[in-house]
Design a protein around this ligand. Structure first.
Ligand SMILES: Cc1cc2nc3c(=O)[nH]c(=O)nc-3n(C[C@H](O)[C@H](O)[C@H](O)COP(=O)(O)O)c2cc1C
Length: 239
């Protein structure tokens, strides 16, 4: 069997080359600045081909990994009963998250009117996904295998998470380039073991980090979001 650390890795890259004809016409900066958390514009009625998902994983596998040891694993759930079961866990976790004042996206006061309007839109969109996660034709569970992060020393925890977080974002960028929408979510981690049990993830040695719906988007015209200016977060030479 080909393992993540096997030297036989050219197939995924070839697939990316083959599919380049069908990518959206986005330059790198457009891709980076328009890959949004898509929730209300997910097309729940259109199936997503497995090969497209393989291409996204092939792109994800080009991300960096600590010690060149690829521990990232992706569980892609297409089975309807399992999607619905995960969606129900997500709904329960989301309803708990909504009670968390100062943490729930809708309870954060941004003050400035334009930023506050964006916050209200995000909350509305997130509330929608809270009810519809299981309706997406595929769900992505991004994991890092080998050990759990809980209580690990900083270097180990950063390395374990660092093996899967860039890969997951690469998956999302590759998905966007192919007309697919994703939305990074973490609230299900409140009940991570329940989700692990639904799809047979060995909870003691595999850490989930992200759950995302995957679906074609309704339209492909996504825009850059308002963000703090670089100089408000850069610390030149000194914090
Ligand atoms: C670490 C992390 C956790 C997140 N968790 C959730 C979540 O549980 N549910 C959700 O709807 N969105 C979640 N999001 C998505 C954010 O709400 C979203 O990225 C943010 O509002 C900015 O929107 P944009 O990605 O479209 O620019 C999460 C994003 C990150 C990076």
């Amino acid at each position: 069997m080909e393992t993540p650390n096997s030297p036989v890795r050219s197939k995924g890259l070839q697939q990316i080359m083959v599919c380049a004809m069908s990518l959206l016409p986005l330059n790198p900066d457009e891709l980076l600045s328009t890959t949004r958390a898509v929730r209300k514009r997910l097309d729940f009625s259109r199936p997503v081909p497995d090969d497209l998902l393989r291409e996204c994983v092939a792109a994800a596998m080009q991300s960096p990994s600590g010690s060149n040891n690829m521990t990232m694993q992706f569980v892609i759930v297409r089975d309807e009963a399992k999607r619905k079961a995960i969606g129900e866990v997500y709904r329960q976790c989301y309803s708990i998250y909504k009670t968390m004042d100062g943490i729930y996206v809708g309870s954060i006061d941004k003050g400035e009117p334009v930023a506050q309007a964006q916050q209200v839109r995000v909350a509305d969109s997130a509330d929608f996904l809270g009810e519809h996660m299981g309706d997406a034709p595929a769900l992505l569970l991004a994991c890092t295998a080998g050990a759990r992060v809980d209580g690990a020393p900083a270097m180990m925890a950063a390395s374990m998470l660092g093996n899967v977080l860039p890969a997951t974002w690469s998956f999302m960028l590759a998905a966007r380039a192919r007309g697919l929408g994703t939305a990074w979510t973490t609230v299900h981690l409140m009940m991570e073991q329940q989700v692990a049990d639904i799809v047979g993830i060995p909870f003691e040695s595999v850490q989930q980090v992200c759950l995302s719906p995957i679906a074609y988007t309704l339209g492909t015209d996504f825009k850059p979001a308002g963000r703090p200016a670089p100089d408000t977060i850069i610390h030149w030479d000194q914090w």
